[in-house]
Design a binder for this molecule. Structure first.
Ligand code: FES
Ligand code: CO
Length: 348
């Protein structure tokens, strides 16, 4: 099946993703008063902040009559359902039933579908099950010699893992990004490179790519790319030009559903003080729009994890190792364990 619309939970890709951190919003999108609805792996989640500003990611569901909590609001650090005004504290415990103000709320009135949430790099992260890997590192985030620019988010009607693999693929530049990152009539061969794997994920040796049209400044350059993959949906490259110039891209592709993803990008750059943010964004927007058309066209939508599927050459080494790694993570994950929500009832 090319696109089922709802992620097949038995698939190894889903298994590899359900217990990993994924970016679901920018931190400033969730205020102290307003919850926010997001989707992750086909699940509807509500993000909200408690009185201490701590972020929470819950199933977007009220146990009383099933309304979406994201339509409600946050009052006194508790989330209030839009339907009958029940309030829940950060632990999921119901603290208030306006129809029966004198009645104590029993401990059974408790929302149990709370997922994992964190805030870092100006982004909100969520994991459906207990995350198996730490939040990804982004070394340049704390380094003031790097300017940070948020690009996107870019919405693709394509698969998140396909889009990460596209980001890790250095041999498509002359074609998808023709006359920008390469010349389709004279494509440079891609030099051989190595892929290393350890507990932090995957990393390549330096890959030199001649860019005849140059970087943002239009100067022809040989750029040296080093790619890393920290999580199945978090990848990163450092692009070196000259001795000290670094252009880093920290990419997160949110698997909204099997064939829908949102790409969040942070660029960190330590040169080109005269380069405007608009110019950086203009180029990123163009590149990701070009990539979008390709990723949305790929069939099947889901990334094949069986290496026998699709054809490979040496330049695909990182993609091959990426597929193997996702498969390994999927095999390691527990069997699916998603019960339907249990109603939280007030019995007396
Ligand atoms: Fe949420 Fe009734 S459905 S309070
Ligand atoms: Co591309």
């Amino acid at each position: 099946m090319l696109y089922a619309g709802k992620w097949d939970r038995a698939g190894l890709d889903y298994q590899a993703l359900k217990n990993q951190w994924h970016v679901v919003a920018r931190a400033d999108e969730v205020s102290a008063e307003r919850p926010k609805a997001v989707r992750l792996l086909g699940e509807e989640l509500v993000l909200w902040r408690d009185g201490a500003g701590q972020i929470h990611a819950w199933k977007d569901y009220c146990g009383h009559r099933g309304a979406k909590l994201s339509l409600g609001c946050v009052k006194k650090g508790e989330i209030e359902c839009p339907y009958h005004g029940w309030r829940f504290d950060a632990g999921g415990q119901c603290t208030r039933v306006p129809a029966h103000p004198d009645q104590a709320t029993p401990s059974s009135a408790r929302l149990i579908f709370r997922h994992h949430a964190a805030e870092r790099y100006g982004l909100i992260w969520a994991s459906l099950d207990a995350p198996q890997r730490p939040l990804p590192v982004f070394p340049e985030w704390e380094d003031d010699s790097f300017r940070k620019v948020f690009a996107g988010p870019y919405r693709y009607l394509g698969n998140a893992l396909r889009s990460v693999e596209n980001f890790l693929d250095a041999s498509h530049f002359p074609f998808v990004h023709a006359n920008l990152n390469g010349d389709p009539d004279a494509p440079e061969p891609l030099p051989d490179y190595q892929v290393f794997k350890d507990e932090r994920g995957l990393r390549t040796s330096e890959i030199s790519v001649f860019q005849p049209y140059g970087d943002h400044r239009g100067i022809p350059v040989t750029a040296r790319y080093t790619y890393s993959v920290f999580n199945p949906t978090t990848a990163y490259f450092v692009k070196k030009t000259g001795d000290t110039e670094r252009f880093c891209t920290f990419l997160n592709a949110t698997p909204v559903d099997e064939a829908e993803c949102v790409i969040w990008l942070i660029v960190a750059i330590n040169f080109g003080a005269d380069l405007s943010e608009e110019k950086i964004l203009y180029r990123q927007d163009m590149v990701f729009e070009q990539d979008r058309l390709i990723v949305e066209s790929q069939r099947p939508a889901r990334l094949p994890l069986d290496i026998q599927q699709e054809m490979h050459v040496r330049s695909d080494r990182l993609g091959i190792e990426y597929r193997r790694w996702i498969k390994e993570l999927g095999l390691r994950a527990d069997a699916p364990n998603h019960a339907e929500p249990r109603a939280a009832a007030l019995l007396n």
